[in-house]
Design a protein around this ligand. Structure first.
Ligand code: IPM
Ligand code: MG
Length: 356
């Protein structure tokens, strides 16, 4: 069988890091005798520049007809600095998530043995931290309407909306993942203030008895933000709404030591998307210095989650671990030692896979 991979490299460092992930995927595919076919498509600022739409219909068609999507990053400073821009690259990412029905974003947070000293947190706090943040991805404030400005321009508003159905499917997924792991689920909300959070709690409490083996705790998001830093090891699976998940996972990336190490899988109704959690890092664009590991590890998640190819995923993880151990790393984690370029790290990883 030929696996069809849609490649949406996007903006900034996207093309550079996706190229490295492809090298590693190619090495794995060759080793295990699989057949992968890539098709590239436009997304983000580059798509706005070329066709005026950050998620063109052709790109959506391709994603729908593929077995998995490998995604780089989107965003461009010219839009960040222009709040009046009518079309924004981020709308492309949001449209893709919505149209593909990717309601769950799985963001594993863990440490890497040889990187642990890079975390600004105390070693004994982070050593052994290992949890999965499940972020709701197609609703909440990101998509709630109305959103906009009053006619006189003096007021702006966003709306946070959640339906019972949306909460139920993501919370259920949280319980299921907790069942596959250490059987502890933390449901993060702000139920002391927000109506949507109170609905989350109500729905979650209704589902709870279906999973008697899971230990459930409810935690306010401000407390969760503190606990991620002060005792990250207490978490096993965390499930939360879109905006909270966005913020908490950037925060959690300090546990791993660099944003450049955190992969993610977005799953739901249609084709799954595999993307690093970091953004387009405009300052590094074209410099061949960005860390490709988050994208390479997203490729590992692609093998595991989209195709059930666990050995292939494990081999990629091993390659990343070994590169860290060998000190073949980009400048964000080089710690004053020799820093390798993006492509050198990609080559090293692909060669490791080929030669093991
Ligand atoms: C992420 C990013 C996106 C988000 C941006 C680029 C719209 O920060 O995937 O976490 O907020 O979801
Ligand atoms: Mg984010």
């Amino acid at each position: 069988m030929t696996y069809k991979i849609a490649v949406l490299a996007g903006d900034g460092i996207g093309p550079e890091i996706v190229t490295q992930a492809r090298k590693v995927i190619d090495a794995v595919v060759e080793k295990f005798g699989h057949d992968f076919e890539y098709t590239e498509a436009l997304v983000g600022a580059v798509a706005i520049d070329k066709v005026g739409n950050p998620y063109p219909d052709e790109t959506h068609e391709l994603c729908m007809n593929s077995d998995a999507v490998l995604f780089g990053s989107i965003g461009h400073p010219k839009f960040d600095n222009d709040p009046s821009a009518k079309v924004r690259p981020e709308q492309g990412l949001l449209a893709m998530r919505k149209k593909l029905g990717l309601y769950a974003n799985l963001r594993p947070v863990n440490t890497f043995k040889s990187l642990i000293h890079k975390s600004p947190l105390k070693l004994e706090l982070v050593d052994g931290a290992d949890f999965m943040c499940i972020r709701e991805l197609t609703s909440g404030m990101y998509f709630g309407r109305p959103q906009g400005r009053s006619e006189d321009g003096q007021t702006a508003y966003d709306t946070c909306v959640y339906t019972v159905e949306e909460i139920e499917r993501i919370v259920r997924l949280g319980f299921e993942y907790a069942g596959k792991r250490r059987k502890k689920l933390t449901i993060v909300d702000k139920a002391n203030v927000l109506a949507t959070s109170r609905l989350w709690r109500e729905v979650s409490q209704r589902i709870e008895p279906e999973f008697p083996e899971i230990e459930v705790e409810y935690m306010f998001v401000d407390n969760a933000a503190m606990q991620i830093i002060t005792c990250p090891k207490r978490f096993d699976v965390m499930v939360t709404e879109n905006m909270f998940g966005d913020i908490l996972t950037d925060e959690a990336s300090v546990i791993a030591g660099s944003m450049g190490m955190l992969p993610s899988a977005s799953i739901g109704v249609h084709t799954s998307v595999f993307e690093p959690i970091h953004g387009s890092y405009p300052q590094a664009t074209g410099k061949n210095i960005a860390n490709p590991c988050a994208t390479v590890l997203s490729a590992a998640m692609m093998f595991e989650y989209a195709f059930g190819m666990m050995k292939e995923g494990a081999l990629i993880r091993k390659a990343v671990d070994m590169s860290l151990e060998a000190g073949v790393v980009t400048e964000d984690i080089a710690d004053g030692k020799k820093a390798y370029s993006t492509s050198e790290v990609g080559d090293w990883l692909a060669n490791f896979v080929k030669n093991i």
